[in-house]
Design a protein around this ligand. Structure first.
Ligand code: IMP
Length: 427
């Protein structure tokens, strides 16, 4: 398989876990390049449901090598829980899991600060974070006071942890938030070096050596383009770059070594947390999509906001990421809709038309979606195993989405949660 970046094209939860799982069969090395345990990649394989937050789902495939790249922020205690969970299923990560020595860690105080910061924002300023410490961990990285995985092996590690706990407690006490129990934290952190040492690797060298040896590399993103710190609906975003550019900075593989970009996109739209969502349906249709699509957060269990497909988002995403192939997911969720709406542009109250996503969120508040309508197919598509078997109206809908969403071709269409319901069209 060519070296591939796989990224989310909307607000996350596009079904990347399933598409990654399918493409993994052709890859040798699977690299997670950003985000942290805010993500939840769900894979259903042989009747079992696995939810992975940090470790690439490639680990479910025997013999595949999996890397947690330098662009990730990793909570080491979450990682240990995930390793235990895998062992509980009889999957052994030892010898196949590699963690970059440059990966920053989400430290316990980052979680405390994430929650305290959200609690102190006024209602309209809340981001609706997952509370997993992601923002504070990336802030520490950029502020050059972060803790990297490689630091676990340094003799001054616990002294630095202790200093940081003391200064964080001063901040937390000003907010009236619960303080860190420094002694317990120090004991917990003291155990980590020995447990994690076997996984700690210079993964930049590892990934590039694999590439030179002709192995194929799958770079997997978490979240999605509209949650990107640069290109998303700032400030209602996550603190990393889920977009394709983040795959190179988050792994150390050069852009010149990337062969193709696969964008995962749902046949409708969802979002968790606060922030603009132009095609949101706050009605019975939105509720139907939520129930039928199981649209509840894999990490926090929060109900996802649901709405019509937004081709403005798709077009913007295709441009920012250079999407070559779409992997479209969850078509079957639309099986009961007599009429489908597709947003093709946004119209501002003064008549201005937006065909790609504007940076200015206040302009968005003055916009309404311009919709096209298509007839629904009113047929169960969830057992389909070949594209040609789909009802003509369902194919027409998918083909219209592709035509409206930039130059990318349709590579995968998914019509249900299991591996078998992933229709492959030339990738
Ligand atoms: P954070 O990443 O926890 O800081 O949260 C920032 C925003 O990104 C919030 O709106 C979250 O709901 C959203 N978010 C973070 N991770 C995911 C994800 O995996 N899927 C969907 N939304 C996410």
């Amino acid at each position: 398989m060519p070296n591939t970046i796989l990224m989310g094209a909307q607000w996350g939860d596009e079904g990347k876990g399933k598409v990654i799982d399918v493409l993994t069969s052709q890859a040798d090395v699977i690299v997670r390049y950003q985000g942290g345990s805010n993500a939840g990649h769900t894979v259903i394989a042989e009747g079992k449901k696995y939810v992975l937050h940090l470790i690439p789902s490639g680990i479910l495939h025997p013999g595949k090598q999996c890397v947690i790249g330098n662009g990730v922020v990793m909570d080491p205690f979450d990682l240990l829980k995930e390793i235990d969970m895998l062992r509980g299923y009889g999957i052994e990560p030892d010898g196949r899991l590699f963690i970059s020595d440059r990966t920053h860690m989400v430290m316990q105080w980052h979680r405390a600060l994430d929650k305290a910061d959200e609690a102190h924002r006024s209602h309209d300023k809340k981001i609706g974070t997952t509370g997993r410490g992601i923002g504070p961990a990336y802030s520490a990285k950029m502020g050059r006071s972060g803790f990297r995985v490689g630091d676990l092996l340094r003799p001054d590690f616990l002294d630095r942890v202790s200093e940081m706990c003391v200064s964080t407690n001063l901040r937390l006490s000003k907010w009236g938030a619960e303080l860190l129990d420094i002694d317990t934290l120090l004991k917990d952190y003291a155990k980590l070096a020995d447990i994690l040492k076997p996984y700690i690797t210079d993964t930049v060298v590892f990934i590039n050596a694999a590439d030179r040896a002709g192995k194929s590399i799958l770079l997997e993103g978490a979240q999605g383009t509209m949650l990107d710190i640069d290109f998303g609906t700032y400030p209602f975003v996550t603190s990393s770059n889920p977009t394709a550019g983040g795959a190179c900075t988050g792994s150390g593989l050069s852009p010149r070594r990337i062969d193709r970009v696969v964008g995962v996109i749902k046949c409708y739209t969802t979002r968790v947390g606060s922030g603009p969502f132009p095609t949101e349906l706050a009605d019975a249709t939105g509720e139907h999509l939520r129930q039928k699509g199981g649209e509840f957060g894999a990490t926090t269990g929060r109900p996802r906001r649901c709405g019509w497909y937004d081709a403005v988002v798709a077009r913007y995403s295709a441009m920012v990421n250079g999407v070559d192939f779409w992997a479209m997911t969850k078509l079957d969720v639309l099986d009961e809709q007599p009429t489908l709406k597709i947003c093709v542009a946004y119209r501002r109250d003064d008549g201005h038309i937006y065909e790609t996503f504007p940076a200015d969120l206040s302009a968005l508040e003055r916009c309404t979606p311009v919709y096209e309508e298509m007839p629904g197919w009113m047929t169960d598509t969830s057992k389909t195993t070949r594209y040609e078997e789909l009802p003509l109206k369902a194919r027409a809908y998918v083909e219209r989405l592709v035509a409206l969403s930039g130059a990318a071709r349709l590579g995968i269409l998914s019509v249900g949660p299991a591996r078998e319901t992933t229709l492959r069209l030339g990738i």
